[in-house]
Write a protein that binds this ligand. Structure first.
Ligand code: ADP
Length: 574
């Protein structure tokens, strides 16, 4: 129970209890006004009952009004605190989740559907807002009021209480059966909704491709199928749950019928007077409302609880390990018998790679596609940890193993430019500094100049994902980012592979300016762009098969030379 509460209140159980208390008190005062109404009815009948004059009518009416007012004044701070706390909690929860996801390894991130993350961030948290601000306080308050009525009626007359509440156990059994039955259906419906949403995103981003192939998207049956599945499953869920929910509600309501039926015996036996019985029936009828609220909202709660589970699943994903041991001096890199296998793969993408990269050198990783170049670069950037073996960083005397370092701290040693650059909607300056206002205009200006960003000033605007720039322009802005950060190790993943010759030359010049300030490790597509590098590593089938300078590798007359000649003469010698 408490675990469930922690799950849906995101660990803010205490604040939630305060809200429940205020909402329950408010509902109780609201409910209690019925007692004064009963008193008024009783007094109005008194001339016929015992010949006495009605008394206290005005006082009872004022008390009823006062209780209603009191209920309002308690409800206002109750709901205000509910809303304020709920929305504050969910904003903090969203940030917490974003922070958690940010710290996941690239391996885990690559297995996560972005649609799944954004649904959890927006929809699942919105569901929890509904749970915390409405469902849970109202359910708890309904239970509280019903328990008080049950206790009061039992003390007054246990036979009457039994008549009224005898169907409640049956209603609970039905609700339990619905919850059990709907559990797997709810999960399936949620899964299908997520698939439909992923397919929709895929379809929208692929519209241009569909059009280019004269298909107009009409044959994207995955999307229509998933919408159809969603329609069927949502309908099945409603159709399955609704009759049971109505049955449970009827069961709760039928207590009043049994009470009215049994009333004639209670009156005939003199257990209660007709007026007393009328008042009891009024109070009982009034308590049907919280009971019905309970049954409807209890079922809704089961549906929304799935959202809490989804958020929890994401929060339980293991982050990369490492303590804050302090970064070592120097940035020499040492890979020692490193192996890596992707979780879904049957064989290693890299096996027994040993490599040493002294600080300040320029290294090019080359080789055929699928050989393991990107995997090697990602391991060096600690996007993931090796399956076996070690990577160390720092001066040889004080080098520290990656897994002993806090990943956030280690990040300070690297600047990375990936093939698919990410630019944000904002100024060039924002994209270069990433919002770090400590950089002066002059520093940004210099970085842009060195990275050959001659097509825009730092105040020019960039559209989302850099859509208003060419591939080469986007790359150069990312290189300016690296230049500004002055990280000791710069990693570049085939940044010039898709660029035309002019863009490629400008980008190469920008990369050369990086090489002057620290270690540069690039994955190169064109061998001609790396002939002057200190070291070239030829990676094939997950191993380093050759390494040396351009001249040394040509002299070896091996795989590198074959690739070089294929590039020069435009044919494959594989
Ligand atoms: P390269 O960069 O040289 O083209 P990669 O390092 O990308 O090669 O890939 C090396 C091997 O690992 C390939 O066989 C590739 O299919 C596999 N691989 C790459 N990424 C993944 C992944 N996310 N999951 C499973 N296998 C992968």
């Amino acid at each position: 129970m408490f675990e469930f509460l922690d799950l849906v209140t995101l660990g803010q159980r205490k604040k939630f209890f305060k809200t429940v208390l205020l909402v329950s008190l408010s509902d109780l005062f609201n409910f209690s006004s019925i007692f004064f109404i009963c008193w008024i009815i009783y007094q109005m009948f008194s001339p016929w009952l015992d010949g006495s004059e009605p008394e206290g009518l005005a006082v009872a009416a004022c008390a009823a009004a006062a209780f209603m007012l009191l209920s309002y004044f308690i409800a206002v701070p109750g709901y205000r605190s509910t809303y304020i706390d709920t929305y504050r909690q969910s904003a903090a929860g969203r940030l917490q989740l974003a922070e958690h996801i940010r710290k996941l390894s690239a391996e885990q991130l690559s297995g996560l559907d972005p649609e799944r993350i954004s649904r959890s961030m927006m929809n699942d948290f919105a569901d929890l807002e509904t749970v915390c601000s409405h469902l849970l306080p109202e359910i708890c308050s309904a239970v509280f009021v019903c328990l008080l009525v049950a206790a009061g009626l039992t003390i007054y007359n246990w036979q009457i209480a039994l008549c009224f509440f005898c169907c409640i156990p049956a209603a609970f059994l039905i609700l339990r059966a619905v919850v059990r039955r709907s559990g797997s259906m709810t999960d399936r419906q949620r899964k299908t909704a997520l698939e439909a949403s992923s397919n929709l995103s895929e379809f929208i981003s692929g519209i241009a491709t569909f059009k280019a192939n004269c298909m107009g998207g009409a044959k994207f049956s995955r999307l229509t199928d998933s919408f159809e599945q969603l329609r069927k499953q949502s309908l099945r869920l409603e159709v399955t749950m609704m009759p049971f929910a109505l049955m449970a509600m009827s069961c709760m309501g039928s207590g009043i019928g049994i009470l009215v039926f049994a009333g004639q015996y209670f009156i005939a036996s003199g257990t209660v007077t007709p007026v007393e019985f009328l008042c009891v029936t009024l109070i009982a009828a009034r308590s049907i409302v919280p009971m019905l609220t309970f049954s409807v909202e209890f079922l809704e709660l089961q549906y929304f609880a799935g959202s809490a589970k989804k958020i929890r699943e994401l929060m339980m994903m293991k982050q990369m390990e490492g303590k804050s041991a302090g970064l070592p001096a120097g940035s020499d890199l040492q890979l020692d018998r490193v192996c890596y296998r992707y979780p879904s793969a049957a064989k290693d993408a890299l096996s027994n790679v040993s490599l040493s990269i002294p600080a300040g050198t320029s290294v090019a990783i080359v080789g055929p596609s699928g050989g393991g170049k990107s995997t090697l670069l990602r391991l060096i950037a600690r996007c993931m940890d090796p399956t076996s073996g070690q990577i160390r960083i720092g001066d040889p005397a004080s080098a520290v193993c990656y897994t002993d370092l806090d990943p956030e701290e280690l990040n300070r040693k690297f600047s990375i430019v990936f093939q698919n650059t990410v630019l944000f909607n904002g100024t060039v300056r924002f994209n270069v500094t990433l919002g770090d206002e400590s950089f002066t205009r002059e520093q940004v200006e210099n970085a842009l100049k060195t990275a050959r960003v001659d097509f825009a000033t730092q105040d020019d605007l960039i559209a989302e994902y850099g859509q208003n720039l060419s591939g080469g322009e986007r790359q150069r802005i990312c290189i300016a980012r690296c230049l500004l950060r002055k990280a000791p190790v710069v990693l570049l993943d085939e940044v010039t592979s898709s660029l035309d010759v002019w863009n490629s030359r400008a980008t190469q010049q920008a990369i050369s300016s990086l090489a002057g300030s620290g270690t540069v490790i690039v994955i190169a597509h064109r061998l001609q762009s790396v002939t002057d590098y200190d070291r070239i590593i030829f990676v094939e089938n997950g191993s380093i098969v050759e390494e040396g300078t351009h001249g040394e590798l040509l002299a070896l007359n091996g795989r590198y030379r074959a690739m070089w000649e294929a590039e020069l003469h435009g044919f494959s010698q594989r």
